[in-house]
Design a protein around this ligand. Structure first.
Ligand code: DC
Length: 226
């Protein structure tokens, strides 16, 4: 479907959609849907931070030791393709979503040096995909691709976010809500690249939207680039 079947953006040229927001707002579902409709690739940058945390944990690195965490991540080949996170060619998509990794990933993602390293890898990913992609995370519109063609910042009511995540993780809603609140706080108060809306981002509240409805809304915005 290359050629912007669902949106008006021109075929073939560089085109980046940045999708930011906290956990449980529907970033991955939306980003995949938009990428499919535009005929381009999708990148979940959270998977890179989770993979870095996993690699450090497997190497039994002290997660507050930035140099050691960075050395472990720098020595690992990370790839992301079609929703699958690969470390050294091994599919770690499930391993990076265990409770252990989820509990530690905010700590790891607050390390400035590690962020620099992973932002570099994320930019390489886009270059290797012809400069076209839908990229989701926390700092995509502000730091990774501040020149993105379209920036979307997703929000949703806390109870909606917790219910969505609980469904994905087969965990209780109360525990998930507590974990989301803890991570929101860590992610938005860290000194480096905190979760903030880019000034030029379009805010979409997904609380009352279906997945297809949210995709349609973003495709409508993309159509403005025809
Ligand atoms: O989206 P997620 O829950 O899989 O993200 C995992 C963690 O990584 C989360 O604590 C926020 C962090 N993260 C980040 O700091 N910057 C990004 N671009 C993406 C995720």
């Amino acid at each position: 479907m290359t050629g912007g079947a669902g949106g008006g953006e021109p075929a073939g040229r560089r085109f980046v959609v940045a999708v930011d927001g906290p956990g449980g707002v529907g970033k991955t579902t939306l980003s995949r849907g938009v990428a499919d409709a535009l005929g381009c690739a999708h990148l979940d940058t959270g998977a890179y931070y989770r993979a870095a945390a996993l690699v450090a944990m497997v190497h039994r690195v002290d997660l507050s030791n930035e140099a050691e965490v960075m050395a472990a991540a720098a020595g690992a080949v990370l790839d992301y393709e079609d929703g699958v996170m690969l470390v050294e060619g091994i599919d770690v998509s499930r391993a990076i979503r265990t409770g252990e990794v989820t509990a530690e990933v905010s700590r790891v993602s607050a390390l400035a040096g590690l962020r620099l390293l992973l932002v570099g890898r994320q930019r390489e990913w886009l270059a290797s995909h012809g400069g076209r992609g839908v990229v989701e995370g926390r700092d995509i519109g502000t730091v990774v691709f501040p020149g993105a063609d379209l920036k979307v910042f997703l929000t949703a009511r806390p109870e909606v976010r917790a219910a969505r995540r609980a469904g994905q993780e087969s965990a209780g809603i109360a525990a998930v809500r507590e974990e989301l609140t803890r991570r929101d706080h860590l992610d938005s108060t860290r000194p480096v690249s905190p979760l903030v809306k880019a000034e030029d981002a379009v805010v979409i509240d997904t609380s009352e939207l279906t997945a297809a409805g949210a995709v349609e809304e973003v495709l409508r915005l993309c159509a403005g680039f025809g």
